[in-house]
Design a binder for this molecule. Structure first.
Ligand SMILES: NC(=O)c1ccc[n+]([C@@H]2O[C@H](COP(=O)([O-])OP(=O)(O)OC[C@H]3O[C@@H](n4cnc5c(N)ncnc54)[C@H](OP(=O)(O)O)[C@@H]3O)[C@@H](O)[C@H]2O)c1
Length: 306
């Protein structure tokens, strides 16, 4: 069978990468993984920490999707902060620099986060769209530097898309998978006062948004990859408990999260983020699960015991 072209995916072993890889293969693309694992076929191993990569992996490709980065959901010691930042900035800079040297570079689709807008962006000063200013906090500065590292490719006219992603819902990993056990045991409940907004996207819709960014050559710049229906944390936990036929009555106190996770809790679990996917709405992107109940139902079907 003729294939539709080769796409390089870094971090293809991760939550988003493994779902994206499956979808790309089923659509007839070939996927070349870029990973820190040793013993991979020639050119597929890289080491962002020491800025080592074999640029030949980029040859004869139609797109590069960059998903790798040190996990965010851990306590942010000084060393962890450095890793979170450097793993994203150095790797993006390496890809952008190598792509910029090519005669006709393929597009670069880079993961980013809605954390770009800061941990408190619920829209008191107007809707938060792709044209809103970046905010304050560690993750906002990580997102700015991460996106900024792609500038060498933009400077030579390359197409670069930044997928500013909200909380990804999947039963296979990430925030939802971590909540399933306590909620199944009946220990679920809102986080803190529960009034903080949460901008989320189901993994299947996120994968479709990545595919659109790859295939539509007119898309460049930031895309808010979230559902058009953000909800409060209380509404989310109520919907999750309902979908599992359990109560959601035990709140998780904010002070406890701050003690256990420090700033990470403040900028993620307790963050108030109400972000509008304006560009996806403008391009009439069709979410398969735009509301939280259908999204949870679809995610929980992902595994047999869901
Ligand atoms: N999941 C979410 O809710 C969410 C929300 C917003 C933004 N994002 C961003 O989207 C991207 C993909 O997310 P994900 O949830 O799929 O992440 P993930 O499951 O943690 O996978 C990321 C991949 O990055 C590589 N990696 C891990 N530590 C690294 C390090 N120190 N240096 C370089 N590479 C490293 C790993 O691949 P190898 O071991 O093969 O190298 C791993 O499979 C991330 O940048 C993440 O910050 C995710």
């Amino acid at each position: 069978m003729n294939h539709r072209g080769t796409i390089v995916v870094s971090g293809a072993s991760g939550l988003i990468g493994s779902a994206l890889k499956c979808s790309l293969l089923s659509r007839g693309y070939l996927v070349r993984e870029l990973s820190r694992k040793p013993n991979l076929p020639r050119g597929q191993s890289w080491d962002p920490a020491t800025e080592q990569m074999d640029a030949s992996i980029l040859e004869d490709t139609i797109a590069v999707v960059h998903l790798s980065g040190e996990p965010i959901a851990q306590r942010w010691t000084f060393a962890v902060r450095q890793k979170i930042l450097e793993s994203r900035v150095k790797s993006t800079a390496m890809l952008a620099k190598n792509l910029a040297q090519m005669d006709s570079p393929p597009p670069l689709i880079v993961a980013s986060g809605i954390n770009y807008y800061g941990a408190s962006c619920s829209g008191e000063n107007g809707d938060i769209t792709e044209s809103s200013q970046s905010g304050t906090g560690f993750l906002a500065s990580v997102c700015r530097e991460w996106e900024g590292a792609a500038q060498p490719l933009i400077n030579v006219g390359g197409r670069v898309v930044f997928m500013r992603t909200g909380v990804v819902l999947s039963a296979q990993g990430g925030a939802l998978a971590k909540l399933l056990l306590p909620f199944r045991l009946g220990f679920g409940g809102p986080i803190g006062h529960g009034q903080q907004h949460m901008s989320w996207i189901a993994i299947s819709d996120l994968v479709s948004a990545y595919v659109k960014a790859i295939e539509d050559g007119s898309i460049a710049g930031p895309i808010n990859a979230v559902s058009p229906n953000s909800i409060t944390n209380k509404a989310f936990t109520t919907a999750l408990a309902r979908s599992l036929f359990r109560p959601a009555i035990l709140p998780l106190p904010a002070f406890l999260l701050r003690v256990v996770f420090g700033c990470m809790a403040k900028e993620t679990l307790l963050a108030d983020m109400n972000v509008i996917p304006q560009r996806l709405l403008d391009m009439q992107f069709e979410w398969q699960t735009p509301d939280i109940n259908s999204a949870l139902l679809s995610c929980l079907k992902e595994r047999p015991n869901g």
